[in-house]
Design a protein around this ligand. Structure first.
Ligand code: FUL
Length: 471
């Protein structure tokens, strides 16, 4: 019944004035970038010879027979991802050591040369199928740096990389994200490679146009500038890439961390971070797995700052996710659910400084980001008062812009009603897809959000209030 009512309301909403999109200001996300924003959290998996040799960067000279997981089960990986609320898995199809987790025609350093399943196995096939079965999206990391391939360091290698991409992008169903690592070291001949990224990009678009491409500078998703899971408190989805390159020629890390306020392209940040100290599995790190609480803190510094969280959970030597890692993932899921279960502002009374025709203030507290409100077009500052039916205890606010119309908010403050007047509670700069702020616990019935500065009149999808643990 609830579903029917929601569909009816959404239908009514779509045929109302809001079906005409608000004007777009500045660069805006493409449809596939929007789908990516909505994913928020997904897993990274580093797996390969390094898992067995205890290395982080294999040399490429490892004997492929070291790769021999005893109980590999990609269904376990996908099931754990799904149960943890992760929306996808990105696997290191090929890391810097050049070893391919599928029997590539363009390499002789692959699972085919390993004893696993008598050389007949294919990790990518198993994982793509498992992801499909569990409703988890599938993504691939293909390291351009290859310390094994004999052609590395010559123009032929660019052909090899293109063919390798084609093989992967055509053979395993839809790919949600293609991950290009910035590392570029020497190959087996001691030579470095001049990567033909324009050609690589054309290949990716041709064979997997549904995929967003990640690298230091996009084109679709950018590196956040650190491997700690921390986006800038100011985080623009915009970036200027002219004159910059991947790897050594990348923009300064603080630019990647914060983006450019007037950047020419929509290239949002992704926070890649590992649940363990290393990217690959090392038995001596079993006791150093981040706890559910640690992951919750990372969630607030990544997703809570408008970026996505790509959390690395490396399978172990059996080819399974270690119980310490899955326990943390489940604790993380439980913390997210219990803390964000009750939105205290849901269907509260909303009063605003002005509304654009057809944009109802109630849409700010209806539980949907997509339905949005905007003040008069001329107003680049405005206020929103949210009055609950009674005094409540709360310490966390969540704001979301309707970024389909561009990212606009530059500065906001939040105030709380102390029975006689509004007093300052917290403040922030950018909002973007999602901004979560914690503050000392309050007991009050009313708050006010002031949009102090905005590049154009703000378009806001949702404001929610919670009474969370302190993270
Ligand atoms: C880095 C790589 O060098 C690491 O090995 C790892 O894959 C990390 C995600 O990216 O650039």
């Amino acid at each position: 019944m609830k579903r029917i009512i929601i569909s009816f309301l959404l239908g009514a909403y779509c045929i109302s004035g809001q079906s005409q999109l608000v004007d777009i200001v500045g660069p805006a996300p493409t449809a596939k970038q929007m789908k990516w924003h909505e994913m928020e959290f997904y897993l990274f998996m580093h797996f390969g010879p390094n898992t067995f040799t205890d290395l982080e960067w294999g040399k490429g000279t490892e004997d492929p027979t070291v790769f021999n997981p005893t109980a590999l089960d990609c269904r376990q990986w996908a099931r754990i991802a799904r149960d943890a609320g992760a929306k996808g898995i990105i696997i290191t199809a090929k890391h810097h050591d050049g070893f391919c987790l599928w029997p590539s025609r363009y390499s002789d350093h692959t699972v085919r040369e390993s004893p696993w399943k008598n050389g007949k196995g294919n990790v990518l096939r198993e994982l793509a199928e498992a992801c499909d079965d569990y409703g988890v999206k599938f993504g691939i990391y293909i390291s351009p740096w290859d310390r094994n391939h004999p052609d590395y360091g010559t123009e032929e290698y660019n052909d090899i990389y293109v063919k390798t991409m084609r093989e992967l992008l055509r053979g395993y169903g839809d790919i949600f994200e293609l991950w290009w690592d910035g590392a570029n070291g020497e190959g087996p001949n001691g030579k470095k490679q001049e990567y033909d990224f324009p050609r690589f990009q054309r290949t990716a678009r041709r064979f997997a146009d549904e995929a967003v491409i990640f690298s230091d500078i996009g084109p679709d998703i950018r590196w956040v500038g650190n491997e700690k899971g921390i986006a800038g408190t100011t985080n623009w989805n915009l970036l200027d890439t002219a004159g910059f390159q991947r790897g050594h020629g990348a923009p300064p890390v603080d630019t990647l961390n914060r983006g450019n306020v007037n950047g020419k392209s929509w290239i949002p940040a992704e926070c890649d971070v590992s649940i363990r100290p290393g990217w690959f599995y090392h038995p001596n790190e079993d006791s150093a797995v981040k706890s559910g609480l640690d992951l919750m803190k990372l969630y607030l510094t990544s997703v809570g700052r408008g970026a996505n969280l790509l959390l690395n959970v490396p399978p172990d030597r059996r080819g399974l996710i270690h119980p310490a890692d899955s326990a943390s993932l489940m604790a993380f899921k439980e913390l997210r659910e219990s803390n964000f279960r009750t939105n205290l502002a849901q269907r509260a009374k909303v009063t605003v400084s002005s509304s654009r025709a057809g944009y109802l203030p109630a849409l700010l507290v209806d539980g949907f980001r997509f339905s949005h409100w905007a003040p008069l077009k001329t107003e680049t500052s405005c206020w929103i008062e949210i009055e609950m039916d009674q005094e409540k205890e709360f310490n966390t606010i969540m704001l979301q812009e309707y970024i389909e119309a561009g990212q606009r908010i530059e500065e906001f403050t939040v105030e709380v009603w102390d029975d006689t007047k509004f007093v300052p509670l917290t403040s922030g700069t950018t909002v973007g897809y999602k901004r979560i702020l914690q503050f000392p616990r309050q007991t009050a019935g009313k708050i006010r959000v002031n949009i102090v500065k905005s590049k154009a009149s703000p378009v806001i999808g949702e404001i929610q209030l919670f009474n969370c643990d302190e993270f």
